[in-house]
Design a binder for this molecule. Structure first.
Ligand SMILES: Nc1nc2c(ncn2[C@@H]2O[C@H](COP(=O)(O)OP(=O)(O)OP(=O)(O)O)[C@@H](O)[C@H]2O)c(=O)[nH]1
Ligand SMILES: [Mg+2]
Length: 349
């Protein structure tokens, strides 16, 4: 399952964003720092029109989109890595996430205190990133002390420590591929991709996107979206329409998060009982896709039949596309393409 961690300063609106994204269970939200202590975990489906069209053309009742797990943790503050505040104790909850959503406070609301004298998004982002970097340094130092760490590994760790000490995040360090493989296995926070989210005031929803270091960042009013999320879908559409908006920022955040993960999506319509979307690392082979569906499929793999989902839909379904000779069979090394519909042929009854 894909996992995304939400980080930011206390009172940035992390739990509010979490509540905007998930249907339930809801996270506690309050106008004081460190409202979140225990992490909140919720699963969100990635809206996928194509999957619904596929189900329709194949007459399938059950539709299962890609799901993403979001994890909301305690706020980070300066010194968190040294045990200041609560954030550092909980950073391990997000060591295994595939992406970090970094919530930056732009909303003003005087009733909600900020941890610094003023709201300064650039500075706030720097503080949180420094804490992530220091947390990485801390865990690398621990790896150095472990008996099972080999001398070669220690050398690589020292190189990374040296760069982190210069303020360079692990994602920007250039080392040999095999050394990078080793570093990746250590789940460093500064190696993870980040998506910056500007949490803006409700009355700024239709204002232009906010910027950090000159780049546009994704804007959402977490509070507005969390409140909207309490309504039924039909009512939500009405509220959006009245405001002149086409879709919820929530859906866009989920979509942008999925895109940032840089996975491709393939579909299965096995036995015409369930149309299902699967995330897959780009440039993967058919055998890896097979393994996602069922580990047994790897051992018993014979071949895979594939067609682009849009093509399948325009042909009016699998059988018609098959008759037209549009469905092709491939071996285990077939490179799966984004939006492929796959049917695995395996040697088990
Ligand atoms: N006006 C306004 N208030 C917001 C917005 N987002 C969050 N808040 C308020 O800010 C306060 C803090 O929000 P939380 O979501 O609890 O913040 P958090 O980042 O999870 O905070 P900690 O868990 O304490 O780290 C709450 O009172 C929210 O209602 C927003 O977009 N606009
Ligand atoms: Mg919180």
């Amino acid at each position: 399952m894909l996992k995304i961690g939400i980080v930011g300063l206390p009172n940035a609106g992390k739990s509010t964003l979490f509540n905007a994204l998930v249907t339930k269970p809801k996270a506690g939200v309050a106008p004081h720092p460190f409202t979140t202590i225990d992490k909140n975990i919720g699963v969100v489906e990635v809206a996928d029109d194509r999957l619904f069209q596929l189900a329709k053309v194949e007459n399938i009742g059950k539709v299962t989109p890609v799901s993403i797990t979001f994890i909301d943790i305690a706020g980070l503050i300066k010194g968190a890595h040294q045990g200041e505040g609560l954030g550092n104790q909980f950073l391990h909850h997000i060591r295994e996430v595939d992406l970090i959503l970094h919530v930056v406070r732009f909303f003003k609301n005087e009733k909600v205190p900020h941890v610094h004298p003023q709201i300064d998004p650039e500075e706030d982002v720097t503080i949180v990133n420094e804490e992530l970097l220091l947390a990485d340094l801390h865990s690398l130092e621990r790896y150095l002390q472990k008996d099972k760490t080999t001398p070669e590994e220690r050398t690589v760790i020292r190189i990374v420590i040296n760069k982190l000490n210069q303020g360079i995040p692990a994602s920007e360090i250039k080392i040999a591929d095999k050394d990078m493989e080793f570093i990746k296995a250590l789940n460093l926070l500064t190696l993870k991709k980040q998506l910056l989210i500007a949490n803006i005031d409700e009355d700024e929803i239709i204002s232009p996107a906010k910027k950090i270091s000159g780049s546009n960042i994704f804007s959402i009013s977490a509070k507005f979206e969390a409140d909207l999320n309490e309504y039924k879908w039909v009512e939500q559409q009405k509220i959006l329409k009245d405001l002149g908006l086409k879709r919820t920022a929530r859906d866009q955040v989920v979509k942008a998060s999925y895109q940032a993960l840089d996975n491709i999506t393939f579909y299965t319509i096995a036995k015409r009982k369930e149309a299902k979307a699967w995330p897959l690392t780009r440039n993967s082979k058919a055998i890896q896709a097979a393994g996602k569906v069922h580990t047994d499929f790897i051992k018993h793999f014979i071949k895979v039949e594939a067609i682009n989902s849009d093509e399948l839909i325009s042909f009016g379904g699998w059988h018609k596309a098959h008759e037209a000779g549009k469905i092709l069979a491939y071996g285990r090394d077939y490179q799966v393409k984004d939006k492929d519909v796959l049917e695995f042929k395996v040697g088990i009854k």
